[in-house]
Design a protein around this ligand. Structure first.
Ligand code: ATP
Ligand code: MG
Length: 141
């Protein structure tokens, strides 16, 4: 089994029905929920997590948004968890998602290219790093 980090971003956490739908979607997609945590970032957490994007035109917007309200993080496990979660999320850009993959989470619930509902790790290395970022107490065997 592979682990990935999935995050429900503040735009989606703000809406109880969307939260519920996303939780259901995770269970229906044969993920095992290994850990779950509700948290809120300070601005510096957001800056640190997205350091790789510093300098991009959307960086300030992204950092501001991700520290604007509560989030829910999950450690998910299944075969090919990283790719499966990213497939469920759909393309980063909400309007592209709506056009090309209407069944995906971002197509259905995303608001804008920044406020796009969910995050998912994009590689084994980033999953490792991001799980440690959100769940420092979690030991990966
Ligand atoms: P994530 O890392 O959140 O799972 P991703 O891997 O699909 O998303 P990245 O390129 O890593 O996309 O960008 C990180 C986040 O920055 C995006 O999820 C989105 O919130 C924001 N973002 C990315 N590109 C843009 C853009 N062109 N305009 C506005 N916001 C953007
Ligand atoms: Mg990314």
């Amino acid at each position: 089994l592979q682990l990935t980090l999935a995050v429900i971003k503040p735009d989606a956490v703000a809406h109880p029905l969307i939260m519920k739908a996303l939780h259901q979607r995770i269970l229906e997609s044969n993920f095992i929920i290994v850990r779950r945590k509700d948290l809120k970032w300070r601005r510096q957490d957001s800056e640190r997590f997205y350091a790789e994007h510093s300098g991009r035109f959307f960086y300030q917007r992204l950092v501001e948004f991700m520290s604007s309200g509560p989030m829910r993080a999950y450690i998910l496990a299944r075969e090919d968890a990283i790719a499966h979660w990213r497939e469920l999320m759909g393309p980063t850009k909400v309007y592209r998602a709506r056009y090309t993959s209407p069944d995906t989470i971002r197509a259905q619930y995303g608001l804008t290219d920044t406020r796009n509902t969910t995050h998912g790790s994009d590689s084994v290395e980033s999953a490792h790093r991001e799980i440690a970022f959100f769940f420092p107490e979690f030991q990966i065997e």
